[in-house]
Design a protein. Structure first.
Length: 128
């Protein structure tokens, strides 16, 4: 409020009451501001720890994907192919080579045996 908008009374006691009310309001705002700053600091710490955990888990997922698919997988990666290449790859109806049923079962069994070990190794704490 600017001075022309504010209708000040001529009574000294009324002016004192207004000043006291304004001081109480300012103290309340300062207290609320301090509480919000403390809460903000807490949330920043929570966010930082969550980001660190996300980065750690993302690294574990990438490691598991590498162990499952290999470092040179033929999977389609988002943004890696042009529209023409994507259209060509999605028009293929069946794979060019398919393993026999016996070979398929042995590959699946090998993957089941190695996945728990890879996960245990990824989740093992880092020792110096």
């Amino acid at each position: 409020m600017s001075a022309p908008d504010l209708a000040l009374p001529d009574d000294v006691d009324a002016l004192k009451a207004m000043v006291v009310a304004m001081a109480e309001k300012a103290a309340g705002l300062e207290e609320r501001n301090a509480d919000l700053e403390a809460h903000n600091t807490h949330l920043e710490l929570v966010n930082k720890s969550a980001e660190e955990r996300i980065a750690r888990l993302t690294a574990v997922v990438k490691m598991l994907e590498r162990s499952r698919f290999g470092s040179r997988s033929e999977r389609l990666r988002a943004g890696a192919l042009s529209e023409e290449q994507y259209a060509r790859s999605s028009t293929r109806s069946k794979p060019a080579w398919r393993p026999s049923k016996r070979r398929w079962r042995s590959l699946r069994a090998a993957r089941k045996r190695s996945a728990p070990r890879a996960l245990a190794k990824a989740l093992r704490p880092i020792s110096n």
